[in-house]
Design a protein around this ligand. Structure first.
Ligand code: AGP
Length: 612
């Protein structure tokens, strides 16, 4: 949730740290701070609020030194304040560290450390780590870190400065991501790859409880048993521009415009477009395994969960395999019934979501075959899934609100459904080929839709942006999409919104409909259109304003009921969410802009939720 950066090299550290933090600010942003070491002392500067406040404080009195650490904080223990901001130091100011994660036994440790004479200045769980290191350090920081790892419970990614070693930067992690960026004469650390891309593309992923010892010209990594291990850097080929706004006013709208490209990239990674068949090695199960599956459980959080709900509809329809979809924070504590013969799929854009990781561990413990779908190579979730990992190719997603990652997740749900269906013999090869062929048209249709619908959506938002609440309704796949449409609107525009299965409204929620209530009906599934349209009539007769989003071929029928009608190109049913999601994402964006919201960094949210 928080962002970490670290640098050791020959240049001044401060500008590099601030630049890295600006690229991570989306992870958490209620305060920020840096510590820079110049050989004789560790210099600190922290500021509550946005990174700009820290930048302003540093103007005129920059911190000098070529080694440093930085942090943007999303408060978990203690209010956002200068004192609670990281870095934290021991009482002598000789050790400084930044931390991402939560120390679960911090109360007990704090009591023990206070009894030993430590004076705490913040309310954070993090401060226990630095006092603990001070107690454990007797000239060997590596040993102190190892001993601390045995005591600390919970999750952490740490970057540590030690005044006794002005040319060394230490870092370590457990259940919280941390990557080391390697170069010839400087080393970098960050909690997320985009912060490093301007400096290096050679990235070393730290494993749990490993410790990296970084010097200007070397990086040495020790495994949890203290043995030095060989470096195995991965080369990151993400386009640097993909992590920049490129002329768009916000990352969110830029990332929506990148959806056609993300769809194409993900498709060609899994489908041989010459034969229009799935690549042999695209999905990690044999025909025999697919046939013998008893159930599939999909577990995820937020938007990724909504992709799982789409997966349920498509996989059950095509592969005739019973699918359960659960939110990870519920799954992990409900004593799930699962075992060998069951397939478990975790979906996560970031690959770092704490609840999803814990749910995966639970499914493994129960003996299920565990797979993951993620956007980030080398992420914790990808590593936990081992060989059973599927990737989306959306590229780095910076806006907190997930858009292009979601669309590729639902694309992968369709591809997974086709693979399972073929292996289980529930669809013919020709049917699969026809669907895959139709999928090749989706990026162009999405591109055309993006060009066509933006003006209408802006005009609409300027009329409706002051609505207090909005309902999204739909049936089948449209209901699954309505859930995501509603979440998107809530998180970026702060408008209270509900998604309802259209047929369920009259069982209670219709009581909330009053003159002027905005109801957005998704009507893309031809077989269900009349049913949903009758629900639209029900809300309209109670005064609601109806925005209907339908396919071109349903436009005439829907136009009779709608106060406002937007259309998406026709496509096979299973592919329509890939198009209908575009106007609802743009609507959320446009409403948020009209309301003056901080679109890319909505209040209280963080991009990567690495705490429970
Ligand atoms: C998306 O717009 C949200 N910010 C959030 O719901 C997100 O999808 C959720 O936290 C899961 O994240 P993940 O995909 O990185 O696991």
């Amino acid at each position: 949730m928080c962002g970490i950066v670290g640098y050791i090299g020959n240049q001044q550290a401060q500008p590099i740290l601030l630049d890295g933090l600006s690229r991570l600010e989306y992870r958490g942003y209620d305060s920020a701070g840096i510590a820079v070491m110049d050989g004789s002392a560790i210099h600190l500067m922290k500021a509550k609020g946005r990174l700009q406040n820290l930048v302003d404080r540093l103007e005129g009195s920059p911190l000098q030194g070529t080694i440093g650490i930085g942090h943007t904080r999303w408060a978990t223990h203690g209010e956002p304040s200068d004192l609670n901001a990281h870095p934290h130091t021991d009482m002598r100011g000789s050790i400084a560290l930044v931390h991402n994660g939560i120390i679960e036994n911090h109360e007990q440790l704090r009591a023990e450390l206070v009894a030993q004479g430590c004076q705490f200045v913040s309310q954070t769980d993090t401060e226990v780590i630095v006092h603990l290191l001070n107690r454990l350090y007797s000239g060997d920081m590596l040993s102190a870190l190892r001993q601390a790892a045995a005591v600390l419970e919970g999750s952490y990614a740490l970057c540590v400065l030690n005044i006794d070693e002005p040319d060394v930067l230490y870092c370590t992690r457990k259940d919280s991501p941390l990557v080391v960026g390697l170069s010839r004469d400087a080393q970098y650390v960050a909690s997320d790859i985009p912060a490093l891309l301007h400096h290096t593309r050679e990235v070393e992923l730290l494993e749990d409880k490993e410790i990296a010892v970084l010097r200007r010209d070397s990086a040495v990594i020790y495994d949890p048993y203290g043995r030095q291990r060989a470096l195995k850097p991965i080369h990151v080929d993400w386009d640097v521009e993909a992590a920049e706004k490129g002329g768009y006013p916000h990352f969110m709208v830029k990332e929506i415009h990148e959806e056609p490209a993300s769809l194409s990239k993900t498709f060609t990674a899994h489908v041989d477009t010459n034969t229009m068949t799935l690549r042999q090695d695209a999905f990690p199960f044999t025909e025999e395994e697919a046939k013998s599956l008893a159930t599939l459980t999909i577990v995820a959080c937020g938007t990724a969960y909504h992709a799982g709900v789409i997966g349920k509809y498509v996989i059950e329809k095509l592969a005739r395999l019973p699918v359960t979809v659960d939110v990870a924070s519920e799954f992990r504590y409900r004593d799930p019934i699962m075992g060998p013969g069951d397939l478990f799929l975790a979906i996560s854009q970031s690959g770092e979501t704490a609840d999803t990781l814990a749910a995966m561990r639970e499914a493994s413990r129960l003996g299920a075959k565990v797979m993951a779908l993620t956007n980030v190579v080398g992420s914790s979730i990808a590593r936990l899934a081992g060989d059973n990992v599927l990737y989306t190719y959306a590229g780095p997603e910076i806006a907190v609100a997930s858009t292009k990652a979601y669309i590729t997740q639902i694309e992968m749900m369709v591809l997974l459904a086709v693979d399972l269906a073929l292996k289980r013999g529930t669809i013919a090869a020709e049917e699969a080929k026809a669907l895959l062929t139709a999928m090749t048209d989706i990026p162009d249709k999405a591109e055309a839709l993006l060009t066509d619908c933006e003006d209408d959506i802006q005009r609409f938002s300027s009329r409706y942006f002051d609505k207090k609440h909005v309902f999204y309704i739909g049936r089948g796949l449209d209901y699954a999409l309505a859930m995501e449409a509603s979440l998107k609107l809530k998180e970026v525009s702060y408008i209270m919104s509900e998604a309802y299965a259209a047929g369920e409204l009259k069982h209670g929620t219709i009581a909330l409909i009053e003159p002027g209530t905005l109801v957005c009906a998704l009507v893309t599934q031809a077989a269900l259109a009349d049913k949903t349209l009758s629900n639209v009539r029900e809300v309209k007769s109670r005064g609601a304003k109806a925005l209907v989003i339908c396919t071109e071929s349903l436009a005439e029928r829907c136009g009779k009921e709608a106060d406002e009608l937007w259309t998406v190109p026709d496509a096979p049913d299973a592919l329509l969410p890939l198009l209908a999601i575009i106007p609802v994402q743009l609507l959320a964006y446009s409403m948020a802009v009209s309301r003056g919201c901080d679109v890319d960094k909505p209040r209280n949210l963080a991009k990567s939720v690495t705490v429970e």
